[in-house]
Design a protein around this ligand. Structure first.
Ligand code: NDP
Length: 243
């Protein structure tokens, strides 16, 4: 059984990806930061279906926590074959009101977190000459979003990291791609009112908000052998919002 790591697996998109990887017969490490109960609930649900899943608490912005948790995962579940960097935070703020703390937390979680997890996972992948990484970016990383400069900058960084790492580790049998979601109905949209969401829906050519399963479908494709000649790419899952 191959091992997959999903960061931010306790809720939303990460939860849907973790379920999908269990269904695809991976042993899945569920990394979360705070939602102990939700992560354990998901683990129990997966075990009850006969799948293999284990919870690991770590703040992805901390390299020491990430290194320690990847060592634990390798020891308990086996060397990591698939890494899905999904953990993230979002925030709306006028540019002039972004504080050092807000900037550092955003870049720390959404960009340094991806770096930390890739750095922890790749040595074994290189040794095994096999591995797949999928980073969850955002359409705002492609286009930029007003009042989300820090978020957009972090996600643009994730896209740059994806492309550069793909070039470096392709020769070692590792593929690295990004999925770039549009508006996906999760807790991340809680700050938006129903009328805001309706507006976003109307701006989406396919006239609906995305679901976590829409993103999981793209991840499932990218980790599969059907994507064996695809690396360094950004697969947009946005209903046509950004083309
Ligand atoms: P949610 O807010 O629903 O879930 C976020 C997840 O990330 C949680 O599991 C949370 O853990 C985890 N997390 C947050 N910070 C950390 C951290 N420092 N260390 C470890 N885990 C952390 O978000 P979504 O499911 O909506 O988003 C998932 C990804 O998709 C994010 O990267 C987001 O930017 C991206 N995305 C989302 C879009 C959307 O419209 N929803 C659109 C485009 C991109 P815990 O529960 O423990 O706090």
């Amino acid at each position: 059984m191959k091992t997959a790591v999903v960061t931010g697996a306790s809720r939303g998109i990460g939860e849907a990806i973790a379920k999908r990887l269990c269904e695809k017969s991976f042993a899945v490490a569920l990394i979360y930061k705070n939602s102990d109960e939700k992560a354990n609930e998901l683990k129990r649900e997966m075990l009850s279906l006969g799948f293999v899943a284990e919870c690991y608490q770590a703040d992805v912005s901390s390299s020491s926590q990430v290194n320690a948790v990847f060592e634990k995962i390798s020891a308990e579940l086996g060397s990591v074959e698939v890494l899905i960097n999904n953990a993230g935070i979002s925030q709306q703020s006028l540019f002039t009101e972004i504080t050092d703390e807000m900037w550092n937390e955003m870049i720390g979680t959404n960009l340094t977190g991806v770096f930390n997890c890739c750095r922890a996972a790749t040595p074994e992948m290189i040794k095994n000459h096999s591995g797949v990484i999928v980073n969850i970016a955002s359409m705002w990383g492609e286009t930029g979003a007003s009042c989300e400069v820090h978020y957009s900058a972090a996600k643009a960084g994730v896209i740059g990291l994806t492309k550069a790492l793909a070039k470096e580790v392709g020769v070692s049998g590792i593929r690295v791609n990004a999925v770039s979601p549009g508006v996906i109905k999760t807790d991340m949209l809680n700050p938006f009112s129903e009328s805001d969401l309706d507006e976003l829906k109307k701006e989406t050519p396919l006239n609906r908000l995305g679901t976590p399963e829409d993103v999981a479908n793209a991840v499932e494709f990218l980790i599969s052998d059907k994507a064996s000649f695809i690396t360094g790419q950004v697969l947009s899952v946005n209903g046509g919002f950004v083309i």
